[in-house]
Design a protein around this ligand. Structure first.
Ligand code: NAD
Ligand code: ZN
Length: 379
């Protein structure tokens, strides 16, 4: 079968690989019909995730048809159209039972806290992903969810990660009616967080990025205020000015490690100081939220990154909430939001690319060319 094949930093190609096989009675094989590239894949693509092995197939956002099931699979059957959450979750461990499907204890035996993730290096279990014609889906009684017959598969594929992640970012922010919410990052996740913030009752939603076409998109799509951080002298002071010098009620980091290593600003009194080698968006979030405010982090970082300006967190009495998204927990609510027309995720899909052109798709998405927001690979 054809599958994306990681060859090293910024080198991916399409290759022939063996068909996946049922290895466990609860496995299923899914024939993939759509598979997205995610901002999370860019951390792998850029070589920033430890133990990303040459030969791995990425892809954790996919939908398809159940092709084959193991003898202990009862919740889906051959021929079902399913969406598959990016988390690989056993459904039975202490964490899954709490709804923390992103922190499953069984699907990843590594020391890191993250559960298994499709196509996300050996730090997340070493499972091959869905940027392929076929993929093995472990614990198939738990993740794969039959797509409602009236749902567009383009909406369904965005339910496997980015919509739940943007929504969970807003949920973790504990948004109260009327709150000012500042979101860093206008990628697919930041866009979904902006849209979701309104669903939680935000009174004002402000988004920062430096890619103009993405700012333009989120302004129209989520009816929010947008700013190019490169055109602002000092982001932290700018947010303070917008909020009567109090700071935002909630800040969301929808950027992650992409911003690490850039020049960053740390606040020292009313002035900010440029330093190198830390995470701009995360620092901006911590420094521009109000005292007692909440910083919600969905941006992905390396397991041992040490980037939090803890003194500011303590002195301001902040709450920091962060996690991998537990997709399955949110699906019933989000399916309802889509069916009631409150959110239209497929609007962010800008590119439909044959799986064979996976290398070009990674390049366009990574370099932010051709007004790309979300590319979908079609096997
Ligand atoms: P993306 O790469 O398409 O978008 C990131 C955006 O951030 C880009 O538009 C970029 O220009 C912008 N940016 C860079 N530096 C910035 C800064 N300092 N301030 C403001 N904006 C800045 O990625 P995406 O698909 O939208 O994903 C965003 C993040 O969410 C990634 O880190 C991804 O790994 C993470 N993610 C987490 C989960 C989870 O479960 N927690 C799930 C999906 C994605
Ligand atoms: Zn993703």
């Amino acid at each position: 079968m054809l599958a994306m094949n990681y060859r090293g930093p910024r080198r991916v190609r399409i290759d022939q690989k063996p068909f996946p096989e049922i290895k466990h009675p609860e496995d299923a094989i899914v024939r993939v019909t759509r598979s997205c590239i995610c901002g999370s894949d860019l951390h792998l693509y850029n070589g920033n995730v430890p133990d990303t092995r040459v030969g791995m197939t990425f892809g954790h956002e996919f939908v398809g048809v159940i092709e084959e099931i193991g003898p202990d699979v009862h919740n889906v059957k051959v021929g079902d159209n399913v969406l598959v959450p990016f988390n690989i979750a056993c459904g039975k461990c202490a964490f899954c039972k709490q709804g923390l499907y992103g922190n499953c204890h069984e699907s990843n035996t590594q020391a890191t806290a993250v559960g298994g993730i499709f196509g996300y290096s050996h730090t997340a279990g070493g499972y091959d992903g869905g940027q392929a014609e076929y993929v093995r889906v472990p614990y198939a009684n738990v993740g794969p969810t039959v797509i409602p017959p009236d749902m567009d598969p383009d909406d369904a594929v965005l339910l496997t990660d980015v919509l739940p992640t943007g929504y969970q970012a807003a949920e973790m922010g504990g948004i109260q009616p009327g709150d000012t919410v500042v979101i860093f990052g206008a990628g697919p996740v930041g866009i979904m967080a902006a849209k979701s913030a309104w669903l939680f009752g935000a009174g004002r939603v402000i988004v920062f990025d430096h890619v103009e076409y993405r700012l333009e998109f989120v302004r129209n799509y989520a009816q929010c205020e947008v700013y190019n951080f490169r055109e602002v002298d000092d982001v932290v002071v700018f947010v303070k000015k917008l909020t009567d010098w109090l700071g935002a009620d909630v800040c969301i980091d929808a950027v992650g490690a992409e911003a690490a290593g850039n020049a960053m600003q740390t606040i020292t009194g009313r002035k900010t100081l440029l330093q190198a080698g830390s995470a701009t968006a995360l620092h901006w979030a911590i420094n521009s939220v109000k005292k007692g405010g909440i910083v919600s982090i969905v941006g992905v970082y390396g397991p041992t990154d040490n980037l939090v300006p803890i003194g500011n967190v303590v002195n301001k009495g902040l709450t920091i909430r962060a996690n991998q998204t537990s997709v399955k927990r949110l699906l019933p609510r989000l399916i309802d939001h889509i069916q009631q027309g409150r959110i239209n995720p497929k609007a962010i899909i800008t590119h439909r690319v044959p799986l064979e052109e996976v290398a070009e798709a990674y390049h366009i998405f990574s370099a932010k060319l051709d007004n790309c927001i979300k590319p979908v690979l079609i096997p």
